[in-house]
Design a protein around this ligand. Structure first.
Ligand code: HDE
Length: 713
C-alpha cells in the first residue's frame, strides 16, 4: 500500500499562524538552540535592565552569533561561481566490450548523479555571463563507488603541464595589486601570460568563441578533456575521450547581450537551470565516447596525452552511450552545490587514467584543495559526497568526524576484528590500476610530440562559420583592447599570425596596429633554464583533417524549444484569442511565455479576463529572452506603441538576432522601431500562427539578419 502523504498542503495565502504547521510530518516545529533547548524569545538579547548592556551569559545570543560569524567557507580557488542539480544517468546498452564499469553495463541502468556547472575565473558572487570556460562536473553515485567526470565545456585546455596551472590562474584572476577586474580575462596579466605561451593558442580560439557565452548550461557541450582509459574484464585497455552532447542543441548569446545580462540578471544561468527543473523542462545530455584502441596510440599527428589537442570527430566518431537528465533542484545550495567535492581521481573499476601530465597534476590538487575549503579530511562524510555503496576502511578521527566506528580494531591485517575490512578481489570489484609498462629516465621535459601548438588552433578557426569567425575577431579586439600595454597587444597579434593571417590582420585593424610584428622564434617563453631549444620544436606539424564542421556551434541545433524564454509584450486590451493560442502552443513545447507589460500586477484581455503580468518593462529586459511575440489588440498596442521601453525592447531583440512575431495591430508598434526601417527584415514574422514562430525559434537566432548590429540600442 502506498504510504500516506503526510506533507500538509501549503495554504494558498499562508497566514502567520499557518506557518507553525509547515514541517514534513505536519507537526509543529519549535525553534531550539543547537543543544535542543526550546527558545522563547529570538527577538531580544538578554539585558541588564531594559536600557542596560547585554549580559555575557546570553548563551542563545552567543551561539547564534558565533555560528553566523563562521557561516562562510573558503570559496573554490577556481570554479567558485556555480550552480548544480540532481538527476540520473541512464545507460543505452552494454559497453562491457570496452569497460567493466557497472554503470555502463546494461541498457536502461540508472545511476543517480549530481552535476555542477561553473565559471572558472570569477569569485563566488560574480556574474554567470563572464566570457569564460564553464566547468561541467558530474558525480555518478554508482554501486561501485563514486565516479567523477570533472570536465569543461571546451575540449582542450590552456596548458599542457599542471606545473603551469597556478601561473595561469594568477594571470587570469583579478590583478594582485588592485584586485581588478572581476571575472574577466580582458586585462594585462592574462594576455601577458598567454602571449608568451603558444601552447594556449588552441584554447584561446575556443575561449574567444561563442562557446564562452552559453545561452544556458543545458545548451552547452561538456568534455572530459584528457584522454582516459577504459579497461574491460579481460584487462584490455582503450583510450577514451568523453563528450556530453546537449539535446537542446548548442547555443550562445552575443557579447553585447552577455554584458547587459551581467547587469540585468547576474544569476541568469543559475536561474535558468533552477526554473527549467521547477517547470519540468529537465535539461538532458547524451554521453558520448571516442574510443581508440591501444595499438592506435601513435597513429595521430598529435599526442593523445596532450590536453591542448582534440581528436577530430571526423577521425574518430563519437559513440553515444547514455543519457543524463537533471530533474531535481538542490534542497539547500550550501549543503549540496557548495559542499560537493569533485575529484578526477574518483574512479570505478573499468575507468583509469593516462599519463597526461595535466591530468596527473590534477590528481594531487583536488583532495588537497578540499582540506582547506571543507576544513579537514572528513569531507567525504558530508551527505552530498557520500557514496551510495558501502564504505569501510581504517581511516579514523580528524576534524568533524561523523561516523561512529564500532569495535576494537582500526588496522589491517587484524584477527580481532575478523579481518575486516578485507581487501576485495578483482572479481568482487576490487580496483586494480591498469598494468601499464613504464620505463624511462627521471626527467623534467615536455615530449616533442606536444610541440605543434598551431595546427589545431588553425583547424578550429577555419572550421567556424563566418559569423562565428567574426565573433572571435570581435572578442579578441575587445579583450586586447582592454589591455593597456601596447607590447602585450602587439605580441599577441603577432602570435595570431601563426594561426591565421586574416585573423591577425582583422584583430590588428581593430587595435590600430600596423604593421604587425611577427614575434621572433622561439615563441615559447616557458622553457626551463639551460633548455636546448632544439628540444622545443615540433617533430611534426600537420593536420589530418582540413576542416571539422563538428567544431562549429551551428553543427548542433538540437530539437525543439524546451526551456526557451519568450517575451510577450501586452497590456490591457490584448487580443485574447491570439494570446491564448500562442500561450498554449508554447507551453506544449516546454517554452516559457512571460507577459511583459507597462505595469506590474495584472491586465485585462479583450474578453475582460484578468491575466497575470510576469514583469513590467521596468523590471526586465529583452536580453533575458530568446524571442518576442507582440499580439494584437488595438487598446494594448495604443498604449505600448507610445512606450519607449516597449519600442526599445523590440529593437534590442532585433539587434540580437532574435525571432520577433508581430500580430494584428502590433504592426503599429513595429513601425515605431529602428528595425522597421529595413524593408525586408529577416526573422520578423507578421500575422503568423504559433507553429511558424516555434519553428523559427528552434533555430535560436537569425544569423542571416545582416543589419542587426546597426540598431543603435
Ligand atoms: Fe580543475 N580544479 N584544475 N580543471 N576543475 C578545481 O578543485 C586544477 C582543470 C574543473 O564544480 C579545484 O574542488 C588543476 C581541467 C572543474 O566543484 C582545484 C588543474 C579541467 C572544477 C582544481 C586543473 C578542470 C575544477 C578548485 C591543472 C577540465 C570545479 C576547487 C592541472 C577537464 C568542480 C576544487 C566543481 C576545480 C585544480 C585543470 C575542471 C584547485 C591543478 C583541465 C569543472 O583542485
Amino acid at each position: 500500500m502506498a504510504e500516506k502523504d503526510k506533507t500538509p498542503k501549503k495554504p494558498d495565502n499562508p497566514k502567520i499562524d499557518d506557518l507553525y504547521m509547515n514541517t514534513e510530518d505536519g507537526s509543529t516545529e519549535a525553534m531550539t538552540t543547537n543543544q535542543g533547548l526550546k527558545i522563547n524569545d529570538d527577538q531580544n538579547s538578554l539585558l541588564a535592565g531594559e536600557r542596560g548592556p547585554t549580559l555575557m551569559e546570553d548563551f542563545h545570543f552567543r551561539e547564534k552569533m558565533t555560528h553566523f560569524d563562521h557561516e562562510r567557507i573558503p570559496e573554490r580557488i577556481v570554479h567558485a561561481r556555480g550552480a548544480g542539480a540532481h538527476g540520473y544517468f541512464e545507460s543505452y546498452g552494454d559497453l562491457s566490450q570496452y569497460t567493466k564499469a557497472g554503470f555502463l553495463s546494461e541498457k536502461g541502468k540508472r545511476t543517480p548523479v549530481f552535476t555542477r556547472f561553473s565559471t572558472v575565473a570569477g569569485f563566488k558572487g560574480s556574474s554567470d555571463l563572464a566570457r569564460d570556460v564553464r566547468g561541467f562536473a558530474v558525480k555518478f553515485y554508482t554501486e561501485e563507488g563514486n565516479y567523477d567526470l570533472v570536465g569543461n565545456n571546451m575540449p582542450v585546455f590552456f596548458i599542457q603541464d599542471a606545473m603551469k596551472f597556478p601561473d595561469l590562474i594568477h594571470a587570469v584572476k583579478p590583478e594582485q595589486h588592485n584586485e581588478i577586474p572581476q571575472a574577466a580575462s580582458a586585462h594585462d596579466t592574462f594576455w601577458d601570460f598567454i602571449s608568451l605561451m603558444p601552447e594556449s593558442m588552441h584554447m584561446i580560439m575556443w575561449a574567444m568563441s561563442d562557446r564562452a557565452l552559453p545561452r544556458s548550461y543545458s545548451m552547452m557541450e561538456g568534455f572530459g578533456v584528457h584522454t582516459f582509459r577504459f579497461v574491460n574484464e579481460r584487462n584490455e585497455s582503450f583510450f577514451v575521450k568523453f563528450h556530453w552532447k546537449p539535446l537542446a542543441g548548442t547555443h550562445s548569446v552575443t557579447w553585447d547581450e552577455a554584458q547587459k545580462i551581467s547587469g540585468q540578471d547576474p544569476d541568469f544561468h543559475r536561474r535558468d537551470l533552477w526554473n527549467a527543473i521547477e517547470n519540468g523542462n529537465y535539461p538532458e545530455w547524451e554521453l558520448g565516447v571516442q574510443i581508440v584502441p591501444e595499438e592506435d596510440e601513435h597513429k595521430f599527428d598529435f599526442d593523445l596525452l596532450d590536453a591542448t589537442k582534440i581528436i577530430p570527430e571526423e577521425l574518430v566518431p563519437v559513440k553515444l552511450i547514455g543519457k543524463m537528465v537533471l530533474d531535481t533542484n538542490p534542497t539547500n545550495f550550501f549543503a549540496e552545490t557548495e559542499q560537493i567535492a569533485f575529484h578526477p581521481g574518483h574512479l570505478v573499476p573499468g575507468i583509469d587514467f593516462t599519463n597526461d601530465p595535466l591530468l596527473q597534476g590534477r590528481l594531487f590538487s583536488y583532495t588537497d584543495t578540499q582540506l582547506s575549503r571543507l576544513g579537514g579530511p572528513n569531507f567525504n562524510e558530508i551527505p552530498i559526497n557520500r557514496p551510495i555503496s558501502p564504505m569501510h576502511n581504517n581511516q579514523r578521527g580528524g576534524l568533524m568526524r561523523q561516523t561512529i566506528n564500532k569495535g576494537q580494531t582500526s588496522y589491517h591485517p587484524n584477527n580481532l576484528g575478523g579481518g575486516c575490512p578485507f581487501q576485495a578481489k578483482m572479481s568482487d570489484g576490487g580496483f586494480v590500476s591498469h598494468h601499464e609498462k613504464i620505463d624511462g629516465h627521471k626527467i623534467r621535459k615536455r615530449s616533442s610530440s606536444f610541440m605543434d601548438h598551431f595546427s589545431q588552433a588553425k583547424l578550429f578557426f577555419e572550421s567556424q562559420t563566418k559569423i562565428e569567425q567574426e565573433h572571435i575577431i570581435s572578442a579578441l579586439r575587445f579583450e586586447l583592447g582592454k589591455v593597456e600595454s601596447e607590447d602585450i597587444r602587439e605580441r599577441m597579434v603577432g602570435m595570431l599570425t601563426y594561426i591565421d593571417g586574416d585573423l591577425a590582420k582583422e584583430v590588428a585593424e581593430g587595435l590600430g596596429i600596423n604593421p604587425i610584428t611577427k614575434p621572433k622564434e622561439p615563441l615559447n617563453h616557458s622553457f626551463p633554464a639551460d633548455a636546448d631549444l632544439k628540444d622545443y620544436q615540433p617533430t611534426k606539424v600537420s593536420r589530418s583533417v582540413e576542416k571539422s564542421p563538428a567544431l562549429s556551434l551551428m553543427a548542433r541545433p538540437g530539437k525543439g524549444i524546451k526551456g526557451r524564454m519568450i517575451a510577450v509584450l501586452a497590456t490591457d486590451g490584448v487580443d485574447a484569442d491570439s494570446l491564448g493560442h500562442y500561450k498554449s502552443a508554447l507551453k506544449k513545447e516546454g517554452a516559457e511565455a512571460k507577459i511583459i507589460s507597462s505595469h506590474a500586477g495584472s491586465i485585462a484581455d479583450s474578453n475582460g479576463d484578468a491575466i497575470k503580468v510576469d514583469h513590467s518593462l521596468l523590471t526586465t529586459s529583452s536580453v533575458l529572452f530568446d524571442a518576442v511575440f507582440v499580439p494584437g489588440g488595438s487598446k494594448s498596442i495604443k498604449t505600448l506603441h507610445k512606450n519607449p521601453d516597449a519600442i526599445r525592447f523590440v529593437d534590442e531583440a532585433y539587434k540580437h538576432f532574435k525571432v520577433i512575431t508581430i500580430n494584428g495591430d502590433a504592426e503599429k508598434l513595429w513601425d515605431m522601431t529602428y528595425a522597421s526601417k529595413n524593408a525586408n527584415p529577416k526573422g520578423v514574422l507578421f500575422d503568423q500562427d504559433a507553429s511558424a514562430f516555434i519553428e523559427a525559434v528552434s533555430k535560436h537566432r537569425v544569423w542571416e539578419r545582416d543589419d542587426a548590429t546597426r540598431i543603435p540600442v
